[in-house]
Design a binder for this molecule. Structure first.
Ligand code: NAD
Length: 359
């Protein structure tokens, strides 16, 4: 069965890192007889330049047909002067909401060789392997009413609304339980149920779901405590599930524990498991076009694509093992080279070559 993968290289270092991930996908695709077909379209600044919109109709049509999408990054100084509604980043929000990508998986895995690059002591993070499941299309970022208004007394007031209905909580909860089933069997739901009604309902729904997943141990934690525990003893967590705002903040904390932003993949999924996969980093205009960007976050995003959208777990494992082996051999791009001289670091395409060789 042919699987269609849409590549959206985007701006800055996006095309450089996506190219390396494509090479890796081609290689494992062949080895595992996955019959992958690649298409490419414009998103972000490059789409504005070529087609006059950050998320053009042609891209939208291809995205709707794809089995999975691999994105580089969008944005850059060239488009910073555009009005907010016309900027490249709007293309990203548009595709997420167009495809109803409500579930964001952000793993924070520390490769042992990179322990020295973490902001925490090595013994606290060695072996770290957390998955944060963040609700991505609801909660306070989308709730109505919202806005800034001026009262009769002339005093301005800002309002946002945190709301989740049961259906929204159930669908993200179910994916988080299923993810925990495939990993260590522990799910921690993070809320603020001592204060916020919206998260009292969140907790209730998570509890009700747990009857369907007897093999997963569900626990609950208030978000303030979760933030503290992530920097105190991060290895206590397996899978964390939480709403949009808390997930945004906690996933950035967890990301920092792993050392470099150039290592972190992510997946955004909808109900039919079609997904958008992208590195957590941006378009890094400061290093674009120099063949120095770390492609591993995008290569690891390609592994997530295989696992979650194409259900090719063996191929995904193979990529992750290849990345681990490359790091174990001491190969580094400049962002992760803590103790190496810059002369001995690899460029973007050379790191791609090394992963291909390790495959
Ligand atoms: P950034 O992630 O692009 O860069 C932050 C720093 O990390 C830079 O010094 C950069 O050189 C470095 N870096 C990032 N990725 C790297 C990699 N793979 N290898 C080595 N070093 C890497 O964030 P920023 O500078 O705040 O944003 C730059 C542009 O990217 C902006 O236009 C922003 O809007 C956009 N952005 C896009 C996304 C996305 O497409 N998902 C996410 C964040 C930022």
């Amino acid at each position: 069965m042919t699987r269609r993968i849409l590549l959206l290289p985007g701006d800055g270092i996006g095309p450089e890192v996506v190219r390396q991930a494509q090479r890796v996908l081609e290689s494992v695709g062949e080895q595992h007889a996955l019959d992958l077909v690649f298409e490419e379209a414009n998103l972000g600044g490059v789409a504005i330049d070529r087609e006059g919109a950050a998320y053009p109709a042609a891209t939208q049509a291809l995205a709707a047909e794809a089995d999975a999408i691999l994105l580089g990054a969008v944005g850059g100084p060239k488009w910073d002067a555009l009005p907010a509604g016309e900027r490249p980043e709007r293309g990203l929000l548009a595709i997420r909401s167009d495809l109803d990508l409500f579930c964001n998986f952000r793993p924070a895995i520390l490769f042992p060789e990179l322990a020295a690059a973490s902001s925490l002591r090595a013994e606290l993070v060695s072996g770290l392997d957390i998955l944060i499941v963040r609700e991505l299309t609801g909660g306070i970022y989308f709730g109505q009413p919202r806005g800034i208004s001026t009262g009769q007394d002339g005093v301005r007031e800002g309002v946002n609304t945190d709301r989740y209905n049961e259906t929204e909580i159930l669908r993200i909860g179910r994916l988080a339980f299923e993810a925990a089933q495939k990993r260590g069997g522990r799910l921690c739901s993070v809320d603020k149920a001592n204060v916020l009604e919206v998260t009292m309902l969140w907790r209730e729904v998570m509890e009700s779901l747990s009857a369907d997943f007897p093999d997963v141990a569900l626990s609950h934690m208030y978000v303030d405590n979760a933030a503290m525990q992530l920097v105190r003893e991060p290895k206590q967590f397996d899978v964390i599930v939480t709403g949009n705002l808390f997930g945004d903040i906690l996933s950035d904390i967890a990301a920092m524990l792993t050392g470099s932003i150039g290592m972190l993949p992510s997946a955004s999924l909808n109900a039919s498991s079609a997904g958008l996969y992208e590195p957590v980093h941006g378009s890094a205009p400061d290093i674009a076009g120099q063949n120095v960007a770390n492609p591993l976050a995008t290569i690891l995003s390609a592994a997530m694509l295989l696992r979650y959208s194409l259900h090719a777990g063996d191929a995904a494992d193979q990529i992750e093992r290849a990345v681990a082996s490359v790091l174990a051999q001491g190969m580094r791009t400049s962002d992760t080279a803590v103790s190496q001289s810059l002369d001995s670091t690899l460029g973007t395409s050379e790191m791609g070559d090394a992963v291909l060789a390790a495959l």
